[in-house]
Design a protein around this ligand. Structure first.
Ligand SMILES: O=C([O-])CC(=O)C(=O)O
Ligand SMILES: [Mg+2]
Length: 230
């Protein structure tokens, strides 16, 4: 055992037919079905408009070093998302256009980096999901150590290898494979309810009575006799 410098090559990936279905579901709708506690903090932002869902290949990188990220690039399979725990460091970039183009050539879906990237002008144009905490022109070292396919922590969430990440312009949600089928059904229902709301709004018949009902239940004081005076 070599804690801090080891690679697990096997990953239990959920079935890709299941994962792919999450591509069409807004992250917000999934998050609403997960107790609002399963999203990565919004310091990790999209750097283009590419949405994605895929199983995680995880990398625990020493601050400012991307040797293990490069190894993960070689190990990752079509459809994977490489998730890099760079401890949120803003001092060195961990990836750039060259690695992204290589990843694209392998069918990898994208990168989620709790750290910095560079080549952001090029990233805007890529059909490849890139989510990261910041931008830094100074490049990474390539010395190691680090670990691949172990639990990592990014933006306040634990990500295990094989967990499903769903990423869109609102943010990133992390799904345990055992919860995926249940969440897929719930989130599709949620989509449908929201579509019904939009329809009722357009027709001008959306029922708003629940708001006053909630305020009454919670004991809100409503003053109707005079305006606020300072
Ligand atoms: O130095 C590296 O490994 C990362 C990099 O700049 C790139 O991928 O363009
Ligand atoms: Mg570069």
């Amino acid at each position: 055992m070599k804690p801090g410098f080891r690679i697990y090559t096997k990953v239990n990936r959920p079935p890709s037919v299941l994962v792919e279905k999450f591509n069409h579901i807004p992250v917000a709708n999934i998050a609403d079905n997960m107790g609002r506690i399963s999203c990565v903090d919004t310091g990790i932002k999209p750097f283009n408009r590419v949405k994605m869902a895929g199983p995680a290949i995880t990398v625990k990188a020493p601050v400012g070093d991307n040797l293990m990220f490069h190894k993960a690039l070689d190990m990752a399979q079509k459809g994977d998302i490489i998730v890099v725990d760079g401890e949120g460091s803003m001092n060195h970039s961990l990836t750039g256009e060259v690695m992204m183009r290589y990843a694209m050539s392998k069918g990898i879906k994208g990168f989620v980096v709790d750290g910095c990237i560079r080549d952001v002008e090029a990233v805007k144009e890529l059909e490849f999901g890139v989510y990261a905490r910041g931008v830094q022109p100074k490049g990474p070292y390539k010395n190691g150590p680090g670990e691949i396919n172990v639990p990592v922590s990014i933006g306040g969430q634990v990500v295990n290898p094989g967990d499903i990440l769903v990423c869109d312009m609102d943010g990133i949600v992390v799904i345990k494979p055992d919860d995926a089928l249940f969440l897929l059904e719930r989130s599709l229902k949620h989509n449908q309810i929201e579509e019904e709301y939009m329809d009722l709004i357009e027709k001008g018949i959306w029922d708003r009575s629940w708001v006053d009902q909630e305020l009454e239940n919670k004991g809100c004081e409503i003053i109707e006799d005079f305006a606020y005076k300072s």
